[in-house]
Design a binder for this molecule. Structure first.
Ligand code: NAD
Ligand code: ZN
Ligand code: ZN
Length: 338
């Protein structure tokens, strides 16, 4: 099968012919139809994070496909069933986190396209207990981003604890942010969208943002305070810049919660005085559980969330990465492997 392979960090991916993997017990072989390109895949290929993937590896964790073969003991799926492969490839199932509905925090987890091979390939292995079941009819191109951008931002919004009618500030209107905006509107929130690209703000407006602002404007925080009447109840940071993390605290209302999902390498300054006196909550949020994933998919199936996608071929992956790095992808690029 053809696959895009990372052999060295920071080097172009290579399109290679590699053996089709064989499904073991509890596993499914999935014929990949489409595969979304998340900025995380770029961090993975660049070796950006403290824990790096073992080389070589195949990235991709927004995989949409059909079950091609069942491993031994798998009885919950049939050949031909449509499924979605997400970041959480599997978890141990018995630790404190797995038992309390926080399998995303399991220390024994495997992650698609990071610690196990992902969906930038014609076939990929998924775990029957962790893949998402998709409806019989859907668009494989627009469904792909739901599997990471969708579930991650849906969960991230829930983690802000902002309630319908309240304000959510979304910093970063890229692949994640433009989907976040649609979840937020569908959940009854008012949204102020911030990005450093004008095209991103145009898209945010089209998708129903109540206000849009350049994050790099000198008065951005002040404007958000004015628009929201004292700051946003929830702030979701998807931006790939540590500056956006520092700015997020300036956008937050007293007693508000900042939900951090962007993962640029680095650190950010936290003004202790503001956090303490305004009783702010700063919270990390990592993808979502299987239940979150099903809920996120339901929004898409109901037509309430529809990622803006542009399709590309597997062989174009290095161009797509270059554009993503330069901030030139508006919405999501999805690899079409059909
Ligand atoms: P993307 O490149 O599509 O979008 C990032 C956006 O941030 C771009 O629109 C860019 O213009 C904007 N941006 C850059 N600097 C900014 C600033 N200072 N202020 C506001 N906006 C700014 O990337 P993506 O696929 O949406 O992923 C975003 C980040 O989220 C990545 O770091 C990725 O690894 C991370 N991520 C985290 C999780 C999780 O579970 N926590 C899941 C998926 C992705
Ligand atoms: Zn992702
Ligand atoms: Zn566990």
């Amino acid at each position: 099968m053809r696959a895009a392979v990372v052999r060295r960090f920071g080097q172009p991916l290579r399109i290679e012919d590699v053996p089709v993997p064989q499904p073991g017990p509890g596993e499914l072989l999935i014929k990949v139809l489409t595969s979304g390109v998340c900025h995380t895949d770029l961090h993975a290929a660049d070796g950006d994070w403290p824990v790096k993937p073992a080389l070589p590896f195949i990235p991709g964790h927004e995989g949409v496909g059909l079950v091609a073969e069942l491993g031994p003991d798998v009885d919950r799926f049939r050949v031909g069933d449509p499924v979605g492969l997400a970041w959480l490839h599997d978890a141990c199932g018995h630790c404190e986190y797995c038992r309390t509905g926080w399998e995303t925090l399991c220390g024994e987890q495997h992650d698609s396209g990071y610690s196990v091979n992902g969906a930038y390939a014609e076939y990929v292995i998924g775990r029957a207990d962790y893949v998402a079941r998709l409806p019989s009819s859907f668009d494989p191109l627009t469904m792909a981003p739901v599997l990471c951008a969708g579930v991650t931002t849906y969960k991230g919004i829930l983690e802000t604890e902002a309630r319908p009618g309240q304000w959510l500030a979304i910093s970063g209107i890229g692949g994640l942010g433009h989907v976040a905006l649609q979840y937020a509107k569908a959940m009854g929130l008012r949204v102020v969208a911030l990005d450093v690209g004008d095209d991103k703000l145009v898209l945010a407006r089209t998708l129903g943002a109540d206000a849009v602002l350049r994050a790099d404007a000198a008065d951005a925080a002040e404007r958000v305070q004015q628009i929201t009447g004292g700051g946003a109840h929830g702030v979701l940071v998807t931006a790939v810049s540590p500056d956006a993390f520092t700015q997020a605290l300036q956008l937050t209302r007293r007693r508000g919660t900042v939900s951090l999902v962007g993962l640029p390498p680095g650190e950010f300054a936290t003004p202790i005085f503001d956090v303490v006196l305004k009783r702010l909550t700063i919270r990390g949020s990592i993808v979502g559980t299987r239940q979150d994933l099903d809920e996120a998919i339901a929004f898409a199936v109901a037509g309430k969330v529809r990622p803006q996608v542009r399709s590309a071929r597997l062989s174009e992956i290095n161009d797509v990465f270059r554009e993503l790095k330069a901030g030139r992808v508006n919405g999501r690029v999805v690899l079409d492997l059909r």
